[in-house]
Design a protein around this ligand. Sequence first.
Ligand code: AR6
Length: 164
Amino acid sequence: MPVLRAMQGDITTLGVDVIVNAAHTSLLGGGGIDGAIHRAAGPQLLEFCRTLGGCETGQAKTTPGFDLPARWVVHTVGPVWGGGAAGEPEQLASCYRESLARADEVEAATIVFPAISTGIYGYPADLAAAIAVDAVRSATTSVDEIILICFDEATLSIYRDLLA
Ligand code: AR6
């Protein structure tokens, strides 16, 4: 069973095996965490992503970290929140499971997840956090440590309550 913990901070600064990007289906960059990761990784990341043919919602694809301190980036595409009846919970859980599967493929010891879909894609932070914790707790994986990172204090406190 991996250790599971939550922290506040900027995912682009972490020298871990895998950071997860909350990407767009095109995998060609965007705003939010996606923009921050592409800026920090440098232009080679976009070049590499162009070869991947995009990514479906709920799926995940791996690239090197290039200029990032992280070795690998797993790009996953969360659902756009539309009220929750259009399969969003299942798609969001799939993002966490598929990203862990990609991390296992590169034999990662540590993976860091952002709060996927809770920014531009509008997923309510409390509902998304419950799905994130449930999905990683119930996944079969060989990683040693799973870190849930967030930018804001409010999300951190939601994670802390769920992990207590
Ligand atoms: N480190 C940690 N967390 C961050 C960082 C960071 N550097 N930057 C943002 N967050 P979002 P989404 C948090 O909007 O909702 C892009 O245009 C942020 O506070 O980045 O999945 C893509 O191309 C929020 O809680 O991702 C897609 O089109 C969480 O990360 C779309 O946005 C996710 O916010 C994806 O939207």
